[in-house]
Design a protein around this ligand. Structure first.
Ligand SMILES: [Zn+2]
Ligand SMILES: [Zn+2]
Length: 128
């Protein structure tokens, strides 16, 4: 009995060990500055341990810049100041460079104002 348990345990340990060696540095395209950055093995393991499924979309600098923007917004909101946020994106339809007043959620397409209105004619007819 105990011999089988030991062997199972051993196998489990070996499996997790091989999983870790499967990682290798990956090059990722930063969606903010458009430069490639390295997603290191250590960071990949950190992501896996955190249960995060999506790889990072921003390089360290852009991630930090985003965190700083978010911190500024949070601070402004705490003080009751209304702050307009602007996030640079490329329109998913016409590829125009535009800014949106919100942080787009991962995997959702973002459109420039004219494409957005073109797809939501009700907003222009009934709006204001
Ligand atoms: Zn970047
Ligand atoms: Zn567009």
């Amino acid at each position: 009995m105990s011999k089988i348990e030991n062997e199972n345990h051993k196998e489990f340990n070996q499996k997790t060990f091989t999983d870790d060696t499967d990682f290798e540095d990956k090059s990722i395209f930063c969606i903010d500055c458009g430069r490639d950055f390295v997603w290191t093995i250590g960071e990949q393991i950190f992501f896996r341990d955190k249960g995060l499924k999506n790889p990072p979309k921003r390089c360290k600098e852009c991630k930090q810049a985003k965190n700083e923007r978010l911190a500024l917004i949070a601070a402004a909101q705490a003080e009751g100041i209304k702050q307009r946020i602007e996030v640079a994106v490329y329109c998913a339809k016409c590829s125009a460079y535009t800014t949106v007043p919100f942080y787009p959620s991962q995997g959702r397409p973002v459109y420039c104002r004219s494409c957005f209105l073109a797809m939501n004619p009700n907003l222009t007819e009934n709006g204001k």
